[in-house]
Write a protein that binds this ligand. Structure first.
Ligand SMILES: Nc1ncnc2c1ncn2[C@@H]1O[C@H](COP(=O)(O)OP(=O)(O)O)[C@@H](O)[C@H]1O
Ligand SMILES: N[C@@H](CCC(=O)OP(=O)(O)O)C(=O)O
Length: 367
């Protein structure tokens, strides 16, 4: 048995409804049983539970539209039902649950990120199972994470988890959508996530899910860079949660990468959306990737979007591939004034003296 682990289990709508328009309470009982077995073995379990919109639709007993406001209203109705069911089922095993409803705004700001992390850790320290969902009722487009796959990656980083299980209605990631291609084959293990792999991960196969495999791949890429092993598996699979800590690993496994040691850098992986992009040349890419360098103005060729000093931005190559992300020390206006310039010229170009780095190494994570 592996030593105590923190395991985040993301349960998609497809798992919680079994593909119907109602919550599958019998299957939820089975999922709770497995979570409590893990806890008995000394592990910590965190649930990221979809299903609020589905539960709301079930309550409202009439068809609603699919607009954002309709979904927010359904989620507001359904979330209460959802947490009530989880609370009652875990109580059968004498386990308490704690609800956390998050939006991206809760992690955009580092103080709020640390606050959410502390609450999560306090729940775990008191042997409580945190049950997390997006705060759909108020999550407007500007502030929402948008899908629970990416939310679960963010939670895995907040909790410093060992494993993230993305449970869905397929065995794992296939070479194409098995709903539309009977010849699609299961991919057992992923060591690199590249454009070729992203191409084969499509959207949701039903009108219930939100992100499909595309968001699961995004989530896997973020979490593994933070040192979290990710498994995509079938939520209806026998003992699927228990198997995730045995050698009989089900589904598709994404090997973890070495996590950044610095907590700030983990926040950069999980935290804010980038507000702009800086295009850098091959010399700068090599210096960042091979010499642990900061980004100097000399290596900047262009910018996209408007951003201010301190914003999170992406560093991209001339093919739009994201090389790194970090907190810029100059606004987009200033970067456009100094791009390509030698560090000694910056004071002249900006009429004030400042550091030479556009992005300092300490405020950057490589992707
Ligand atoms: N390459 C792929 N491999 C497996 N499933 C895929 C792939 N591409 C698209 N899909 C679709 O993604 C769906 C799972 O995502 P989604 O519908 O959002 O479920 P969930 O509610 O569990 O998040 C599958 O049912 C399938 O139709
Ligand atoms: N927050 C929404 C779920 C959003 C979501 O990502 O759904 P899914 O793709 O089914 O995991 C809800 O509770 O209905």
């Amino acid at each position: 048995m592996q030593r105590e682990q923190v395991i985040v289990v993301k349960l998609g709508t497809s798992v919680l409804t079994g593909g119907t328009d109602k919550l599958d309470k019998a299957h939820m009982v089975e999922l709770v049983r497995q979570c409590c077995e893990l806890k008995k073995q000394g592990h910590h379990v965190i649930l990221v539970s979809s299903g609020a919109v589905a539960a709301g639709r079930e309550q409202l007993l009439k068809l609603c539209g699919r607009s954002l406001i309709d979904k927010q209203m359904l989620a507001a109705i359904g979330q209460g039902q959802l947490i009530h069911i989880w609370q009652s089922l875990f109580a059968l095993y004498g386990v308490n649950v704690g609800q956390m409803l998050l939006t991206r705004a809760d992690v955009d700001d580092r103080e709020r990120y640390l606050n959410a992390r502390d609450t999560l850790n306090a729940l775990l320290n008191y042997d409580v199972v945190p049950i997390i969902n997006e705060n759909d009722a108020v999550a407007t487009n500007e502030i929402k994470v948008g899908d629970n796959d990416n939310l679960s990656a963010l939670v895995a980083i907040l909790a410093n988890a060992n494993k993230l299980l993305l449970l869905t209605d397929q065995e794992g990631l296939f070479t194409s959508d098995p709903r539309t291609n009977a010849d699609a084959t299961l991919i057992g293990e992923v060591t690199h996530i590249n454009d070729e792999l992203r191409q084969l991960a499509g959207g949701s196969g039903t009108n219930l899910g939100t992100g499909g495999m595309a968001t699961k791949l995004q989530a896997a890429d973020i979490a593994r860079r933070a040192g979290v092993e990710v498994i995509i598996a079938k939520g209806a699979g026998k003992n699927v949660i228990l198997k995730c800590i045995s050698d009989e690993l089900p589904g598709t496994r994404f090997l973890k990468l070495t996590a950044p040691k610095d907590g700030r850098k983990k926040w950069l992986l999980a935290g804010p959306k980038s507000t702009g992009q800086i295009v850098i040349d091959t010399g700068a890419i090599s210096a960042l990737q091979n010499k642990g360098a900061s980004l100097l103005a000399k290596g900047v060729t262009n910018t996209f979007g408007r951003f201010e000093r301190g914003d999170l931005i992406d560093l991209i190559d001339n093919k739009n591939q994201v090389i790194a992300r970090g907190l810029t020390r100059f606004s987009s206006t200033e970067v456009n004034k100094i791009k390509g310039a030698h560090s000694s010229q910056i004071g002249q170009l900006l009429d004030y003296d400042s550091g030479a780095e556009v992005l300092h190494r300490d405020d950057m994570v490589l992707l």
